[in-house]
Design a protein around this ligand. Structure first.
Ligand code: GUN
Length: 286
């Protein structure tokens, strides 16, 4: 079997095209554009690339996008002030603080300082809580984009065994929750998991968010499994590679490429959530 490629790039462009029309409608109705503030602290090269990609897409679909780059040694209080200014600024609809933050800054304090309505990343504790309870909330963009991709390719989840490798707040935890909400049976594996291969070899769906290039090869995979690769690693030549070895393509039924799989869907989910939150905020001012 050779896997069908889950083409996140193509689906992302299709959704972005629709979003452009929605943004035009928004502008006509509210006489302003959806406005996304992206805050990045320090010079982490990967963060710089992610932030640039987000602002390119935001502007392409008609958002106003401001990237605020702050020095690595900014204090927590100074960062909180920057957030508070955006919280109270009516023209700003979405605020995203790029992670990771430097060690001297408490991530949870920062993420929960963002106005819950402007938290387009779904990282505010209130949004996380509402999400887990099944209430209305924003949701972490990477897992949300993956769910969109699975739905687009009609991949059924109900009753299936899904193994999520990685337990981060950004990917693993919300991913497991979303899969479970769609009635999958979910195993969360992580760096301390024993006999990982025995688990993954039973899985119908595997989501890999480990952060180690080509860690998962064909020996971890059941014939016909659906494999989602969240990895963004650089190999020795500086090439972007996933957590999953390309030889898995020979065994999986569907698989995401890196690049061009999960990454563009993450950005697109961010844009969708920003527009949704912008509409809610502008409606509340009417
Ligand atoms: N760092 C890695 N992924 C993300 C993301 O989705 N959002 C934010 N804010 N930071 C990240």
């Amino acid at each position: 079997m050779v896997a069908i490629t889950l083409n996140g790039q193509a689906l992302a462009l299709e959704i972005q095209d629709k979003l452009k029309d929605d943004v035009r409608e928004f502008q006509k109705r509210y006489q302003c554009a959806p406005n996304l503030s992206v805050i990045v602290v320090g010079n982490n090269p990967a963060s710089q690339v992610y932030v640039r990609n987000k602002s390119i897409v935001a502007e392409k679909i008609g958002f106003v996008s401001e990237t605020i780059t702050l020095p690595e040694n900014i204090t927590q209080d100074e960062l909180l002030k920057v957030i508070e200014e955006r919280n109270t600024n009516r023209s700003v609809h979405g605020i995203l603080v790029q992670l990771p933050l430097p060690n001297h800054i408490d991530e949870q304090i920062i993420l929960t300082a963002i106005d819950v309505h402007k938290d387009v990343d779904g990282f505010h504790s209130t949004n996380v809580g509402n999400f887990i309870l099944g209430n209305e909330s924003t949701v972490a963009c990477t897992p949300l984009g993956i769910m969109h991709l699975l739905r687009h390719y009609d991949i059924s989840l109900s009753g299936k065994l899904a193994v999520v490798i990685g337990r981060s707040n950004i990917v693993g935890k919300p991913m497991a929750m979303l899969l479970q909400q769609e009635h999958a049976t979910v195993i969360m594996a992580h760096s301390k998991t024993q006999n990982l291969k025995e688990l993954t070899k039973q899985a119908d769906i595997i989501v890999v968010a480990i952060g180690q290039g080509h860690f998962i090869d064909e020996t971890y995979i059941k014939e016909g499994a659906v494999v989602i690769d969240v990895g963004m690693n650089r190999d020795a030549n500086g090439q972007l590679i996933g957590d999953v070895h390309p030889n898995v393509m020979q065994k999986a039924s569907f698989m995401t490429p890196v690049p061009g799989g999960v990454g563009p869907m993450t950005i697109t989910s961010l844009m969708q959530q920003t527009l949704q939150q912008a509409i809610k905020q502008e409606k509340s001012y009417e």
